[in-house]
Design a protein around this ligand. Sequence first.
Ligand code: C2E
Ligand code: MG
Ligand code: MG
Length: 676
Amino acid sequence: MRSFAAPSRLNLYLSAVGALGVAGIVFALVSTSWSSLIHEVVFWPTIFLAVGAIAGELKPIALVRGGAEPRTLSTSTPFILALIAVAGVGVAVLVQAIASIADDVIRRREFKKSLFNTAQYGLSVVCASAVYSWMSGNPFLAVPSGVEPKDIIALLVAGVVMVSVNWLLVTTVVSIAAELPFWSVLRDDAQSSIVTHIVLLSVGGIAALVAADGLVALMLLAAPVVAAHLFAASAARHAHDATHDALTGLGNRGQANYELRGALREARQSDDDGPGFVFLDLDHFKDFNDALGHPVGDKILCEVAERLKAATPEHSSVHRLGGDEFAVVVRGGVGESTQVAHDLVASLDAPIKVDDLELLVRVSAGVAVAPMHGTDVETLMKNSDIALYRAKVERDQVSMYSHEFDVNSAERLQLLVDLRAALDSRQLEVVYQPQFNLADRRMVGVEALVRWNHPTRGTVYPDEFIPLAESSGLIFPLTAFVLDEALSQLARWRASGYFMRMAVNLSARHLSDLALPERVAEVADRHGVSLGSLVLEVTETGIMSDPVRADLVIRALRERGVAIAIDDYGTGNASLSYLKRLEIDELKVDRSFVSNIGADHQDLVIVRSTIALALALGLRVVAEGIEDESTAVSLQELGRVVGQGYHLGRPASPDVIEAMLDTERQTLGTHKNAES
Ligand code: C2E
Ligand code: MG
Ligand code: MG
């Protein structure tokens, strides 16, 4: 957050203006001859102008300022200006003070601010009166003799002086308090209000001229002031609509641009680091929309907007860039921006309640901070996008941009583009890794593993492209392809008289897809295989990322006869009893424990107790990563365990698997239905 100047400088300034202003007001009030005034002044027009001034102060008009929030402008100026000419400086000062104090009381401003407001208005009016009397020849303190057309120039110059003094005093206090250069504050404010001021001052001039003609003439003048209010309000409403998102009410992309540009300018002027741009994107929001419908999607977006707004510090602004993308402009450097990004991500930790559902909506954030990650709006936005992409792929929730990403992410983006093409041009292939009953070494199943035969890179392994597919949504067509291949292969093996299980890997994202069970059943139907021979492998993290829907999907799959295996068991942090409650069928102990049990006693203990517990719970156990015979033997001694690993068989083409099955049939006799 921006640090504020030492209070002494600000206080000194406030006190000086306060003292001067109060002195000016007191002087004007005391020196005015009120008794002669009552008789000489045009009474009703003066009352009318006074009421107009107070009403104008209490109900200011909204000014549109580029993409920023509207600023307000009081319309008391023309009435006060007319009062100077019609009723003299004493009345003008008195009415202005009443209007200003009334406004401060209604808006509950602190005393210090209220005193400053009243004082600076008082000074503006006294200066304007002095200029008017000097130019028009009217005595400064006496009751004016009436306004003539020749006085109009003097009155308009006085009006300009009034507005200018007021501007200078206010701009100075803002520039001291916010530590911004005087000229930048002045410019920011001036652009929007000059035209409005010209209109208002002209109205003031006319009002002074017609005041002598009576109340009716004056009242006609109320029309342009009311019109200014209405036009300004409608312009402000249009500007708001054009710069804000209709669904969430947050600023839109244009507004984010505007804020970032302004923040960059401020930081440059005050030599501070920053601003930071935090780019947020909801994880798998499309799934929510698809599964639950757009009205629910909209409710989620609104709640997300509320949470983000609450987590955004003062002086920073939240925007919805479109779809499920949000952004926050942070007025601060790397430290503040990182902190804000983490706070924003954490604000979605608690599930979102929509109707009867509790939904876990997660978000990823990419951060870029000026000046090191870019010094203009476009570069900062682009680099925060790269950082976001990185956060998604690496599954870190928050990622700060680094120049290394640029090269790296370009490479990954290329791979992603290639993967899309690969899906269409059949560069993907499925290989099968056999699984054996360790007791009799019969092949009881295979695991389908995808390979990518890239035209220039050669074989690309799934660890490299599955995360990309997951982050981009390509995982859906990819899994559909693997499932289709695997089940058609299973049907062919069946036809040759080989019966065994087929395991297929699922990604976390499939566990939120309520339509998955239906689609799996269709594929099995098409190939004429029973779902009883299909095993779908999911990970602990996959289940934990959206437990409510994972539970629904898993149940529906099991009802159709599909077996569910927990892959890489031991690498996540789900407890066995939790997994059992989910009603799974198989546990695949991760190879990081299995491959070491010969050498590491600790690993042996972990594997032994896991297997004992899983068997006691009635689960099938598969030990992954068996790389030598001694490991196979040790595992075999632990109970009815299925083994998988390079020592027993590497992932291979269907032909190689079929050759293994043929050999097995010859040496071990007829292959039976896989039951273990
Ligand atoms: P996974 O499901 O745990 O698959 C086992 C991985 O371990 C395979 O790597 C396999 O080649 C390797 N492996 C098998 N035995 C041994 C061994 O004795 N020693 C060692 N060091 N490794 C062994 P692969 O094929 O590279 O697959 C890696 C991961 O990619 C898989 O882990 C799985 O999570 C994912 N994956 C593979 N195919 C698919 C797919 O079609 N869809 C999805 N969603 N994920 C897939
Ligand atoms: Mg697997
Ligand atoms: Mg595994």
